[in-house]
Design a protein around this ligand. Structure first.
Ligand SMILES: [Zn+2]
Length: 437
């Protein structure tokens, strides 16, 4: 299974991350990285004209297919399958010969596939309903094959060799090429290439699964090894101090002057604890975000958990939600991705090796052996690895198969400021999208 996640960078370079999971391998897959390089194109006036017509054909077919889907839905209450509107292409080409003359046929096939993706994302609740395309605004067409690079030229079927400016070498196999024209009449090509992953090339490109720990603050699995991050010592010292002062405060008579004095003291220590905690979260999130392109966390409904009294203190103290916020906005700045998986996913009880799910695994059991495959597991490391694997599964299913109703959401770059992390997935618009190929 191969899939890619696209991140739009305003600088004009796309950072692309991709995972190929090799099912034969036991715990880690072969990772292939898709990199997209965005280059500026300088078409000749003749080429501009051909591009103009190709954009027009792709747009026309998109709107036609979308309209057909909408009508079909209004008449039957059912959605139209990809094969149905893809199958209309030959007839359409006969009715409108320009559709065949002006546009490379694979481009139109791509339009159909992209519309299908847009609908899949819409039905999965991940995106808005696909919209009609306008001739005003950005135009784009996608080539799934037969585009090659020769020196400073990009060879595109039906258009020929277009002059391009490459800021970096194109390495690997070209998978797709998207040519776009901005409203300011600039032309770009986004060239997607597949290469073998080498961590040296991509030091910050890991996918991390993070489990919230009670003993340790966070347990991180990068697919190869586990790292545990406990709360720093100075934070523990502050916390002890806080508990001591709170106990003293509780012993004072209400309304007394000493009580007033201790209340102020407790407030000060509270502030210290809060500051050093935030400082720790900032440092840890910075470190993790620097290492990675994708971070997978459990979407813990913290409020729900806090109601469970046994865990309440530990959970409110670790402030998981705030930490995830820090991860989210730091990832957003580097065009990375935070994936939240469903909180009912059995991350702890599942064997990361064979998939066996335990009926029960009490909290005090820190290590266990899988009854099915006999693998010895460290509770937290196993959970973090499961979270990571589930996150990759969610991402690779992003634009393809529907995500189960209880499933997870992929959170793209939509950090909206403090405490507000909306989920939005632009299914079709060119810059930000999640797709499966
Ligand atoms: Zn097992």
């Amino acid at each position: 299974m191969l899939s890619e996640i696209f991140f739009h960078k305003p600088s004009g370079i796309y950072a692309i991350f991709s995972v190929t999971e090799n099912n034969n391998s036991n715990n880690k897959g072969v990772i292939k990285v898709l990199k997209a390089v965005k280059v500026r194109l300088y078409p000749t006036p003749e080429q501009e004209l051909i591009l103009f017509r190709s954009f027009g054909c792709a747009r026309w077919y998109w709107n036609f297919a979308l309209n057909t889907c909408i009508q079909h839905y209004q008449e039957t209450g059912k959605s139209l399958k990809l094969a149905a509107y893809k199958g209309m292409l030959p007839t359409l080409k006969k009715e409108h010969p320009w559709l065949k003359e002006d546009c490379y046929s694979a481009v139109l096939q791509c339009v159909a596939i992209n519309l299908n993706k847009a609908y899949t994302n819409f039905f999965a609740g991940r995106a808005k309903h696909p919209r009609f395309k306008s001739k005003n605004g950005k135009q784009s067409i996608q080539y799934p094959q037969n585009v090659t690079v020769k020196g400073d030229l990009l060879f595109v079927p039906k258009i020929g060799e277009i002059k391009a400016v490459f800021h970096r070498e194109i390495v690997g196999t070209i998978k797709t090429v998207t040519i776009s024209k901005t409203p300011a009449e600039k032309y770009f090509a986004s060239i997607l290439c597949e290469t073998e992953d080498s961590s040296q090339d991509n030091p910050g490109g890991k996918t991390l699964g993070i489990d919230l720990g009670l003993k340790d603050f966070a347990i991180v699995h990068d697919g190869e090894e586990v790292t545990k991050y406990s709360n720093p010592r100075h934070l523990k010292r502050h916390e002890k101090n806080l508990v001591r002062k709170q106990q003293k405060l509780a012993g004072k008579t209400k309304g007394s002057k000493t009580r007033q004095k201790f209340r102020l003291l407790v407030a000060k220590v509270h502030e210290q604890v809060s500051n050093s905690r935030q400082d720790f979260w900032h440092k840890l999130s910075r470190k993790l975000v620097d290492e990675s392109q994708v971070i997978v966390v459990e979407n813990l409904n913290v409020k729900g958990l806090v109601r469970n009294r046994k865990l309440s203190k530990a959970i409110s103290d670790v402030g998981w939600g705030m930490f995830v916020n820090f991860l989210a906005y730091k990832l957003e700045r580097k065009e990375g991705k935070l994936v939240e998986i469903d909180r009912f996913f059995p991350s702890s009880k599942k064997c990361s090796c064979c998939g066996h799910v335990m009926n029960e695994l009490p909290l005090d059991i820190r290590e266990w052996d899988c009854p099915s495959c006999r693998t010895h597991h460290d509770r937290d490391g196993n959970a973090a690895l499961n979270i990571r694997t589930e996150g990759i599964r969610v991402m690779t299913m992003g634009g393809g198969n529907p995500v189960p109703a209880s499933g997870a959401c992929v959170r793209p770059n939509t950090y909206k400021g403090k405490g507000q992390r909306a989920m939005k997935l632009e299914a079709h618009t060119e810059p930000a999208r999640v797709g499966v190929r």
